[in-house]
Structure formats: C-alpha cells, structure tokens
Design a protein. Structure first.
Length: 139
C-alpha cells in the first residue's frame, strides 16, 4: 500500500462533499499538472490519501481510499490526463494544519512543504504515521 495527499479547495470540493458521495465515492478529476497526473497513474486500489483543504483552511481534514485506478479524465477534452475514484474513509477529529506540519522537523521532506503547488503527492510511511498521530488517530 502507498500513501498520498490530495489537495482540494473546500469551496470547490470539501471533505463533506466527499463523505456525502458515499460508498461509490467520487471522481478525482481536473488535475492538469503533469507531475500530479503521473502520481495519479501510480495509485493502486486500496491506497490511502490524506484529504487536504487548500487555500481556505490549509489543513489535512480526512482520509480517502482509492477505489478505482487511473482512467481518462472525463473533464479533459484532449484525453491526455487521468482521474481516479476515491471514497471517504474518515473525517479527522482534529485536522492537521500546514502550520503544524511545518513546525515538525520530521516532516521537512514532505512535498507539501517543498512543492506547495503540487495537488497530488506521495507521502512516505513514516510521515503518514506522524501526521496520523498529530490528528489523534492511532493506526
């Protein structure tokens, strides 16, 4: 299993919208950055992703699971980019802010800090566990 972080502006698609999508999940589409799209292509069914509210809030607010791997993004007229299907696993009791992530020296290597504009990024297992602990989830 791999771990990822997906960014969404909460006024466009929030963790609440994702949760309401239920078991069928929702298509994670609209990604037009090649590096982010390549990350979508690397996802496997069952991979877990932090759901990050960007611009407004700037915090990890939930966890979603990949339920369908990369397919042609239906919003891309040129059929160059891909999407994945994800479903909500958990809304975090205590969101983890970007500010607190930056304060943790063990998380300095995260693309969230180094490549802040990237919308789909990998998260290493150690960082995943640290962030889970910061959110008061013991897994």
């Amino acid at each position: 299993m791999k771990y990822w972080l997906l960014k969404s502006e909460p006024n466009v698609w929030s963790i609440s919208n994702q949760k309401k999508a239920g078991l069928k999940g929702a298509t994670w589409d609209g990604v037009r950055n090649y590096q982010a799209a390549n990350n979508l292509r690397k996802m496997s069914r069952g991979d877990l992703c932090f759901f990050y509210h960007s611009n407004i809030g700037k915090e990890i607010v939930g966890i979603v699971e990949v339920i369908k791997t990369a397919f042609v993004d239906p919003t891309d007229k040129e059929k160059k980019f891909v999407a994945v299907q994800v479903r909500c696993k958990k809304v975090l009791n205590k969101p983890v802010s970007l500010e607190n992530i930056k304060k943790n020296p063990n998380l300095n290597n995260l693309p969230l800090i180094k490549q802040s504009r990237l919308s789909v990024m990998p998260i290493d297992t150690k960082s995943w566990k640290i962030i889970l602990k910061m959110s008061s989830i013991n897994k």
